[in-house]
Write a protein that binds this ligand. Structure first.
Ligand SMILES: NC(=O)NC1=NC(=O)NC1=O
Length: 164
């Protein structure tokens, strides 16, 4: 849809449109209430700043919608479609990278007890692996903050796709 359609959506329809971007009510309401936007960039800026930083509870709730990096998104939900598109950008992972990513995901889950989440769009598999290694050294607190930032980056990219 275009920006004027988004600006004119009812509050409920705007909320429904935004939920697959980030399943956090405070973020959704922040973007919905900032309408009408004068430009797509203004809408994206609202998406990048609304509800930031996310709380631990909001992060944990939002995380349930994200498949592992390198794994096919399950189901036919809007979130799954977004994830598939974002991960398609990784291209066909060669065997070695696929294995290293699977091993990295397992190590990350062991260390932080959640799926490794990263904004995949615009990143090569090698960059994602490097980020995974770097973040393994984070404290729990620092890592949770990074996850929150990545969720918001993904949300803004998803909104950009919706408004394209
Ligand atoms: N585990 C993940 O990082 N998942 C994802 N990253 C994205 O950019 N989209 C996803 O679904």
């Amino acid at each position: 849809m275009d920006l004027s359609e988004f600006n004119q959506l009812s509050t409920d329809d705007a909320r429904t449109t935004l939920r697959p971007c980030l399943d956090v009510d405070r973020w959704i309401d922040g973007v919905v209430s900032a309408r009408p936007f004068s430009s797509v960039e203004a809408a994206l800026e609202a998406a990048r700043t609304s509800a930031a930083p996310l709380t631990d509870d909001e992060i944990n709730q939002a995380m349930s919608h994200h498949p592992r990096i390198g794994e096919k998104a399950e189901g036919s939900s809007a979130e799954a479609a977004h994830s598939s598109r974002e991960q398609a950008g990784l291209g066909a992972l060669d065997g070695d990278v696929q294995e290293r990513l699977a091993a990295g995901n397992a190590a990350y889950e062991e260390r932080f007890d959640r799926v490794f989440l990263i904004r995949a769009a615009g990143r090569s598999p090698e960059e994602i692996l490097a980020e995974l290694q770097r973040r393994m050294a984070n404290t729990d607190t620092d890592e949770l903050a990074e996850v929150g930032e990545q969720l918001i980056q993904i949300a803004a990219l998803r909104l950009e796709g919706i408004l394209a």
